[in-house]
Design a binder for this molecule. Structure first.
Ligand code: TAP
Length: 460
């Protein structure tokens, strides 16, 4: 009877996970999505605790206590800008759990003889799990700047990595053919862990969000394999959902950065370039503007679009951006926020920051929808964005960015750019928008500049 109840709860939890993923696709329903996912996870955990194979709850209680103590501060106190490394760490923990379960189950069954299918599932789980643990720790180290962010390359890196991965796959095959081959099982786990390190080291720190998302996918697949090995349906469903969504997200991120997925993984790209690409120095003079003049333009503008970018996240200026938008609207203007899919350093970065500041969802407009509106816009305020507004992506076939979809802010009647100086963005290339005759530069930290603008707009 209890088994029927458990399976029914699992079915409900799986439905909640699917609905949650669907809701997470839009900013206005994302909070609901998170709640649905949390409810699904709670139901799945409670149902699992009813499993009759559990002989003692003591260690489970200790695990829940330790996990909660570690998880609460990680969830509540880690700043938004540190979210990618926090997520990398979570994947490392999740994959470690899957790996240890796999090793435990394999060793436990060894004396009685492991069934071939089960050995295959456990081997797959441990191989992917070990790779994800070390890969995620490397990603964490790079994002946290404990390791150098630049790609750490070595000769024949792709050949060596591929050879090691093939050797690990051969060990897995060996375990499937002979499920008593404990040495092959151990060698496979070690090789998986080594591949995790060597695959992530040559990838630059700035590409880590794509890698973290891919490792998320691997952790999901490892969990699904655990589900097969332990005959647990919810692990299979949740793992498959995680695996598929992580992969889709990685590919979508690469696409929005105008990079092929294989280039991110094998191209040793993503290092902050020391100098801008030769031949791309923009011709023209920068026109600085002071806060007073910029505010006058904003106070009397009919249509204004704010374009947030990585600099807004760095200076944590989301509340000030919203305040400025409110003040412009009080003066009779209409304000929208243009959201580029890879603005910032992680998917949905700008949406999350602006939602935190209470910007209404209907004011956040996606790139495809906002681009045709720039031509009708009086003033665009670019807040710490650079690459996502670089016109070279549209106009310069020799630019490394050529072909990347961008926000066409250069189509607007006038542009005010808020940034600290002449620093380049993630792609490390110059931006002609900054010397466009209709662009004015308001230099300074984004938060301070927005505060000054707000003060001046209030007084206008
Ligand atoms: P970026 O092109 O990185 O430009 C950010 C600009 O912000 C810099 O030029 C910098 O100029 C300015 N800035 C930094 N700190 C600031 C501060 N405190 N106040 C004011 N300005 C500040 O940003 P973007 O336009 O958002 O583009 C994102 C880039 O990251 C894209 O190339 C994208 O492909 C890449 N990327 C994105 C993701 C995801 S998923 N979002 C993942 C990996 C890589 P100053 O130094 O002169 O101030």
């Amino acid at each position: 009877m209890s088994e029927v109840v458990i399976q029914l709860v699992y079915l409900g939890a799986a439905t909640l996970f699917v609905l949650a993923l669907r809701s997470l696709g839009r900013p206005e329903s994302a909070r609901r999505g998170m709640r649905l996912a949390a409810m699904g996870m709670l139901a799945a955990v409670v149902a699992t605790l009813l499993n009759e194979r559990i002989v003692s709850y003591e260690w489970i209680i200790v695990g829940v206590a330790v996990g909660s103590l570690a998880g609460y501060p990680l969830g509540m106190w880690v700043p938004m800008t540190a979210m990618p490394q926090r997520i990398a760490l979570s994947h490392a923990f999740g994959a470690l759990a899957a790996t240890l379960v796999g090793i435990g189950e394999f060793s436990h069954d060894l004396s009685e003889g492991v069934a071939r299918l089960r050995a295959a599932a456990l081997g797959f789980e441990v191989l992917l799990g070990a790779l994800t643990v070390t890969g995620s720790l490397m990603a964490f180290g790079k994002l946290q700047e404990l390791l150098p962010g630049r790609p750490i390359t070595f000769r024949f890196q792709n050949v060596i990595n591929l050879t090691l991965l093939t050797a690990a796959a051969v060990c897995l095959g060996w375990v499937v053919v002979d499920p008593s081959a404990a040495t092959a099982f151990a060698a496979m786990a070690v090789l998986g862990a080594v591949v995790g390190v060597l695959m992530v080291l040559p990838i630059g720190g700035a590409d880590m969000p794509v890698v973290v998302s891919l490792l998320n996918s691997y952790a999901g697949l490892a969990a699904a394999a655990t589900g097969f090995a332990m005959n647990n349906n919810i692990l299979i469903v949740a793992g498959a959902l995680d695996g598929a969504s992580g992969l889709i997200l990685s590919v979508a991120m690469s696409k929005a950065m105008n990079r092929s997925f294989s280039n991110v993984l094998f191209g040793a790209f993503g290092a902050p370039p020391a100098v801008s690409a030769p031949g791309h120095a923009p011709v023209g003079e920068i026109s600085p503007i002071n806060a007073e003049d910029a505010a006058l333009r904003l106070a009397f503008a009919g249509r204004v679009i704010l374009v947030p970018g990585y600099g807004l996240a760095v200076s944590q200026a989301q509340h000030q951006a919203r305040e400025l938008a409110d003040l412009i609207e009080k003066h009779g203007g209409e304000v929208k926020f243009a959201i580029h899919p890879v603005a910032g350093r992680m998917p949905g970065h700008m949406n999350v920051l602006l939602a935190e500041a209470g910007v209404p969802y209907e004011k956040l407009v996606d790139m495809e929808d906002v681009n045709p509106q720039f031509a009708e816009t009086d003033v665009v305020v670019v807040v710490g964005a650079n690459d996502v507004v670089n016109p070279a992506a549209r106009t310069d076939p020799t630019s490394p960015m050529y072909g990347m979809p961008i926000l066409n802010v250069a189509d607007a009647r006038s542009v005010i750019v808020l940034k600290r100086g002449r620093g380049v963005g993630f792609a490390g290339i110059e931006n002609e928008l900054f010397v466009d005759p209709k662009t004015s530069m308001l230099f300074g930290d984004a938060k301070q500049s927005l505060v000054q603008l707000a003060t001046e707009v209030k007084a206008a």
